[in-house]
Design a protein around this ligand. Structure first.
Ligand SMILES: [Zn+2]
Length: 135
């Protein structure tokens, strides 16, 4: 449900686990996971948000509005330098020369080896997020 927002926040360098990927179904399990890790829960589920101490309840379905909602809750969504894998949440390390020939800077995920660079998707997301923050 929040897959797109997860991608955006990882691109902004945040350490984000997506509950959907973790085979956790039950609210009590989600609560344990969040509170045991010191993370903040971001959810659209009102019941779940009420059960977890540190949670942000999102109202919107639209990713740009969701970005605005997390921004208003103190999470900076702006993109600076790639540092998190948007697929697996692994840390990225600098690996110049792995991207396309016309790209100087690239990064590689230490978890799944995915290569990243500041391409058109990066610029597109960055512009959308900047619009939200400036607006
Ligand atoms: Zn990865």
């Amino acid at each position: 449900m929040l897959g797109k927002l997860t991608t955006y926040l990882r691109m902004a360098g945040h350490d984000v686990e997506y509950v959907h990927d973790l085979e956790v179904e039950d609210d009590a399990e989600v609560r344990q996971l969040v509170e045991g890790s010191g993370r903040t829960l971001v959810t659209r589920d009102t019941d779940l948000a009420e059960k977890v101490d540190d949670s942000v309840l999102l109202e919107s379905r639209d990713v740009e509005d969701q970005v605005r909602e997390v921004w208003e809750n103190g999470v900076d969504p702006r993109l600076t330098e790639p540092s998190r894998c948007s697929r697996c949440n692994g840390a990225l390390k600098r690996d110049d020369g792995s991207g396309p020939d016309d790209v100087d800077e690239s990064w590689r995920c230490i978890g799944c080896s995915q290569v990243y660079w500041r391409g058109s998707h990066w610029r597109d997301v960055s512009e959308r997020v900047e619009d939200v923050v400036d607006g």
